[in-house]
Design a protein around this ligand. Structure first.
Ligand code: PMP
Length: 413
């Protein structure tokens, strides 16, 4: 027997089960609203035209050399402009340490390792719920299926959670959130979703972000922003960066994970950026060199092709404009489907409030349906989604929204 004969299969990611069941279902009515990637109004994956054009420009014109250890300087420069603002004084003063990362996940992991290495006794506060593909955890251990939890767990950073979602209103539990911020020990690390909170679609308002930022100052907390949906939420990357900009205005030092998976549709290219705002240029140089040092034994240097696509698009005004138009197109389709879903439910005479469908933002709608209601949707209506009631709005189309609304009405009445 091999020395690893005792190894058991890892617990299956529940989202895979959803997809498998969807594919195996022969029903012509079947709907997949479990997907975590954008789909067009025909339910098909999308490659943006700006990406196609960038690929045409790249084709045959570059070599296949390694990128520098910190990744593409152009991607980093463009990413910082997106997150911190075109005219950011922090960029001018070279106060930001940044490296190209393996999309948002890789950026989070690099940060978690950095946190562990240079402040070994800290912990990270993660919102409840957070990014995951899972039904709500029933036993505490299951919490560790959730992606954010997994990332910091594997970096050996102890975790705490903070209040975020308010079940009854299907909105933000702002007072609970503020209490947890106040009650955390001074100088705690908090993971914040910069926009389009996954899985709830619930974001603080601008006013609430200001209060959160203020309280962070009082408590000297460190905010780490996971920004996986910039532009994809409202359709405007500037608007989606508002939370970060508020914290910057207030003089916080922040960390930030950026991903081009959703907003450029570059899922499999693993293009992203990790940045940390430092006191001055000297510190930024030091921090960047340490981030590279952490990345080196993991994957040496990040992949080239996605980086070339991103930098080609963002550094060319014409392509960038096309991207802005296309990212708005994706956001608008989703916002439109939210309205259509809500209208259909109201037209069917559902006595429940569905305001949260349009109040929430981004790829997901946290519907408030129970695991049992989701089971009925699947068993009786061939509708596939995760049991936490999370609807991927990307899977909703003009063609299936009425069918979906009817099914939701049936299982919730
Ligand atoms: N953070 C959040 C909140 C997400 O929803 C996602 C993707 N679902 C990610 C990070 C990371 O995605 P990727 O690694 O593909 O950029």
């Amino acid at each position: 027997a091999s020395w690893f004969g005792h190894v058991e299969p890892a617990a299956k990611d529940p989202i895979l089960g959803v997809t498998e069941a969807f594919l195996a279902d022969p029903s012509p009515d079947k709907v997949n609203i479990g997907v975590g990637a954008y789909r067009d109004d025909n339910g098909r994956p999308v490659v943006l035209e700006c990406v196609r054009e960038a690929e045409r420009r790249i084709a045959g014109s570059t070599n296949m050399e390694y990128l520098p250890m910190g990744g593409s300087v152009k991607v980093i420069d463009e990413s910082l402009k997106l997150a911190y603002g075109e005219d950011s004084e922090f960029i001018k003063d070279k106060r930001i340490a940044a490296v190209q990362a393996l999309s948002g996940t890789g950026a989070c992991r690099l940060f978690a390792d950095f946190q562990k290495r240079f402040l070994p006794d800290t912990q990270i506060y993660i919102p409840t719920p957070t990014w995951a593909n899972l039904h709500p955890p029933k036993i505490p251990d299951l919490m560790y299926f959730l992606s954010h939890h997994n990332i910091w767990r594997d970096a050996h950073v102890p975790q705490r959670t903070f209040t975020y979602y308010h079940q009854e209103s299907r909105g933000l539990d702002f007072s609970g959130l503020m209490d947890d911020i106040k009650n955390a020990p001074d100088s705690s690390f908090f993971l914040l979703h910069a926009c389009a909170h996954n899985p709830t679609g619930v974001d603080p308002s601008e006013e609430q972000w200001r209060e959160i930022s203020h309280q962070f100052k009082v408590k000297k907390h460190f905010p780490f922003f996971d920004m996986a949906y910039q532009g994809f939420a409202s359709g405007d990357p500037e608007r989606d960066a508002k939370a970060i900009r508020i914290f910057l205005e207030d003089g916080h030092q922040i960390g930030c994970a950026q991903s081009y998976a959703k907003n450029m549709g570059l899922y499999g290219q693993r293009a992203g950026c990790l940045s940390i705002l430092c006191d001055d240029e000297m510190q930024a140089v030091a921090v960047k060199s340490q981030l590279q040092q952490i990345a080196r034994p993991m994957y040496s240097n990040p992949p080239l092709h996605g980086a070339l696509i991103v930098s080609t698009i963002l550094s060319d005004p014409e392509l960038k404009n096309l991207w802005l138009k296309e990212v708005k197109g994706m956001a608008d389709r989703i916002i439109g489907m939210r309205e259509a879903l809500k209208e259909n439910l109201e037209r069917l005479g559902s006595p429940l409030s569905w305001e949260h469908i349009t109040n929430q933002i981004g790829m997901f709608c946290y519907s408030g349906m129970t695991p049992e209601q989701v089971d009925r949707l699947t068993n009786e209506f061939h509708i596939y989604m995760t049991r936490n009631g999370r609807i991927s709005m990307a899977g909703v189309t003009t063609g299936n929204v009425a069918y979906l609304a009817n099914a939701i009405h049936e299982v919730t009445k």
